[in-house]
Design a protein. Structure first.
Length: 234
């Protein structure tokens, strides 16, 4: 909780940063200025400064990341996503942009896309501190969605390594194995999937992975059944 002294300190910084920004609009001083406004609870003011700063500094990745974060705070999801994706065009595996996109996907209930992005973060940044919290949030949301449907099997399958690990955390080892089997069929040269599946199955992977035709048929069957069930409830 901010005290009156904290607010006075922030306001003093705002005055100082604003003066510098007015003198030199191309300066990156807009970043701490916007952050001060945000700390004061003035999100719109922070967003205005970030927009003006990025317009003057289009190559400033830190500024664009701040702008995307602020856009997400006021539910301007499309603009926030576009801004994060612009960052990724210049920095393909930018950690903050990837995490920001996962959070936006979760807020918009795009759970499958969020799971896919989490896999990307795990591959590039295995020590990322946000992964566990985001996985837990997704786990709770997916379970909640399953409860509302009355049956988890009615959800369209989400075939990602993160989904498999979430199944394991729930004690659903067989489902995790099924997911890794599907992933390995799609990427037969992926040694990480092969090793993980071998650990879970406790036997030779060659004896566990189903044939391509069988796997495709089962996946297609699940998709069709899920779609049919959803139509009946509409």
């Amino acid at each position: 909780m901010k005290t009156a002294l904290d607010e006075q300190h922030l306001l003093a910084k705002v005055r100082d940063y604003s003066a510098q920004f007015n003198v030199n609009p191309t300066s990156d001083i807009f970043i701490p200025l916007a952050q001060c406004y945000l700390a004061l609870g003035l999100t719109e003011a922070a967003l205005d400064v970030a927009r003006r700063g990025v317009a003057q500094n289009p190559d400033n990745i830190a500024g664009r990341l701040l702008l995307a974060d602020l856009l997400g705070k006021i539910d301007e999801y499309d603009d926030a996503i576009a801004t994060y994706e612009q960052v990724l065009q210049d920095d393909h595996n930018n950690e903050q942009a990837l995490v920001g996109l996962v959070r936006l996907d979760i807020q918009q209930c795009h759970y499958d896309r969020a799971l896919g992005r989490l896999d990307q973060i795990r591959e590039v940044y295995p020590q990322n501190n946000d992964i566990e919290a985001l996985e837990k949030q997704l786990d709770e949301l997916l379970n909640s969605a399953g409860d509302e449907n009355g049956d988890n099997s009615e959800s369209v399958p989400l075939m990602t390594a993160t989904m498999a690990e979430l199944y394991l955390k729930q004690g659903l080892k067989e489902k995790a194995i099924d997911v890794y089997q599907s992933l390995l069929q799609q990427q037969p040269n992926n040694e990480l999937f092969r090793s993980r599946l071998a650990d879970l199955a406790g036997s030779s992977v060659d004896c566990v992975v189903p044939s391509s035709d069988s796997l495709m048929f089962e996946d297609l069957k699940r998709w069709i059944e899920a779609i049919d069930r959803r139509r009946k409830h509409v």
